[in-house]
Design a binder for this molecule. Structure first.
Ligand code: FAD
Length: 525
């Protein structure tokens, strides 16, 4: 009884916001109360994210059962006198509240209630159609039944398709296949006007390009058609170490320059990371495999030197000849200048490799180190300035305690479509530098949230003062001027697209790019 009263009053409050004379049943989406939830647990869950640094409550959480449900709630806001904000939430793995919706509605696209539409694979045309909230791990499971798999990945698979496509979706395959947004054939999108539009490169292309890397600003992706390839069965996974940064980047750049070669003459995945200190929290993405390491990392890193680890893989099939796999790997390794005897190799099933970060997640969870604040900073650094970045940041600002993995790997700009909403540095090659750090309030002073946030500010200030020309990936800004600077020449196109597809600024206000016309009413509500 008490729950019903609460539900009724919450619905009435939402009605007051939208300024319509609606009956509460209108919000119940075909009569099932569970779909528009005012439940405290749902509200609280939707007010948090992986970053654990921002908490903003919505008024309600919609668990949609179709694209039509998504369209219905957005249309309701768009056509009402006052309106309310709406944000899609994938798995809530943002850092700075990007999928939150202050006093509005969060549409929970992924979640324990399952997805409205099961993935549908076309074996012949090698694609899969998936719900926008589908997690990549489930996309993989469904395509593997047909011996197929997507080509471009993120390192972690418990992220939603709509969430990664709203950013770009990158991993060590991006040098070869481009980011995930370069591997999508078409999408269904619900715009900020509540219209459902199917779009692709050659169909409603303005909206297609807008939503790719569009930070949720132009519409909610409810279906994506993702390109597939025959799935490899196994992976040779190799790590080699460098103490010389210029040898490290030279080799990374050489390896990604091979993208146009036949697959026998290139690696399938190229990443790398910086090793400042060892330990679970620092290297949860990178614990070394072999118990009989030929060299101890600490012996190479004598004198507190920074080390760099190149990480590469070679995919192969059950039918591959093991001897030719060895030969292909050896031929590529011979061209590299890593520290002799610093080679670590393992061989594992493809799925286990793709899902490697989940293993680390379980380890961190068991030690209470997963649900902590994550002041992550991801930067695209132009190739021409990566050495300056190394001097100023890895060997300068960071000191010898990193509090989380630091990834560094280059990508080829020609694999990115400039028509999309993403911004990358204006050079043929650029690096991702991902500072994936965890704050531990009860730990050492060097690991506190304040300290890590302060270091992030120092890094951004250093890049600005030295005119490094970085662009943030998974960007976070708090003023429109900063967003305008981020988009640079692309801002006018970004703005025009916003006016066309979400003119009332209903969508993804957690990104803090556009002020909505009804924010102030909501605050006082
Ligand atoms: P959310 O955080 O829920 O949403 C992100 C943004 O997209 C929000 O603005 C939201 O409103 C919008 N959005 C969500 N769904 C939709 C939709 N269907 N349509 C339109 N807009 C939508 N990224 C990489 O590229 N490579 C990596 O290797 C990688 N590894 C990661 C590892 C971990 C452990 C974590 C926590 C994150 C990682 N990320 C990586 C970042 C990840 O891409 C982002 O967190 C991204 O936002 C996806 O998370 P999500 O699906 O939970 O989306």
């Amino acid at each position: 009884m008490a729950t019903s009263l609460l539900l009724f009053s919450a619905i009435c409050r939402l009605i007051v916001i939208v300024g319509l004379t609606l009956h509460p049943n209108d919000f119940l989406f075909a009569g099932t109360e569970s779909q528009l939830s005012f439940n405290r647990k749902d509200i609280q869950a939707a007010s948090l994210d992986f970053g654990k640094m921002t908490s903003i409550e919505p008024t309600a959480v919609l668990h949609p059962s179709s694209t039509a449900d998504v369209a219905k709630i957005i249309k309701l806001s768009y056509e009402s006198a006052h309106g309310f904000v709406v944000s899609a939430r994938g798995h809530g793995h943002s850092i700075n509240g990007q999928s939150q919706a202050a006093n509005g509605v969060v549409i929970q696209m992924s979640g324990s209630r399952g997805t409205p539409v099961a993935p549908e694979v076309s074996e012949k045309l090698m694609y899969v159609d998936v719900w926008g909230g589908e997690l990549w791990i489930d996309v993989l499971k469904s395509t593997l039944q047909y011996g197929l798999a997507p080509k471009s990945w993120t390192d972690y698979l418990y992220l939603s398709v709509g969430g990664t496509l709203s950013n770009a979706g990158i991993s060590g395959q991006a040098f070869n296949h481009g980011p995930q947004i370069s591997n999508v054939h078409e999408v269904d999108v619900v715009t900020g006007k509540g219209e459902v539009v199917t779009c692709a490169e050659d169909k409603n292309s303005e909206l297609f390009h807008a939503v790719m890397g569009g930070l949720g600003q132009f519409g909610i992706i409810t279906r994506a058609r993702i390109a597939l390839e025959p799935s490899p069965q196994r992976v040779r996974w190799i790590r080699v170490l460098y103490s010389n940064f210029s040898a490290f980047t030279h080799d990374q750049e050489y390896l990604i320059s091979l993208h146009g070669q036949p697959s026998s003459k290139k690696f399938d995945y190229v990443e790398g990371f910086v090793i400042v200190d060892e330990g679970l929290i620092n290297n949860w993405r990178s614990s070394f495999f072999s118990p009989s390491n030929p060299v101890k990392i600490s012996s190479i890193a004598a004198g507190g030197n920074v080390l760099y680890c190149l990480e590469i893989t070679k995919n192969y099939y059950n039918h591959s000849d093991p001897e030719s796999v060895n030969q292909e790997v050896d031929a590529l390794l011979k061209k590299l200048n890593y520290i002799p005897a610093s080679e670590f190799t393992t061989d594992l099933p493809y799925v286990e490799f793709l899902n490697r970060v989940h293993k680390a997640e379980l380890k961190l969870r068991s030690k209470g180190l997963w649900d902590v604040p994550h002041p992550w900073l991801n930067l695209f650094v132009p190739k021409s300035r990566i050495a300056d970045f190394d001097q100023g940041v890895f060997k300068g600002i960071l000191g010898n305690k990193t509090s989380g993995p630091i990834l560094i790997y280059p990508m080829n700009k020609n694999k990115w479509d400039d028509e999309t909403s993403v911004v990358t540095p204006n050079e043929d090659m650029f690096y991702l530098v991902a500072l994936l750090r965890s704050a531990l309030q009860n730990g050492e002073e060097a690991l506190t949230l304040e300290r890590l946030n302060d270091e992030n500010h120092q890094i951004l200030k250093f890049c600005e003062e030295q005119k490094i020309g970085v662009k943030q990936y998974l960007p976070h800004y708090t003023t429109q001027q900063e967003w305008m600077d981020h988009y640079g020449e692309k801002w006018s196109q970004f703005y025009k697209r916003k006016m066309e597809f979400d003119p009332r600024h209903i969508l993804a206000t957690g990104q803090r790019i556009f002020e909505t016309s009804f924010t102030s009413k909501m605050k006082s509500w």
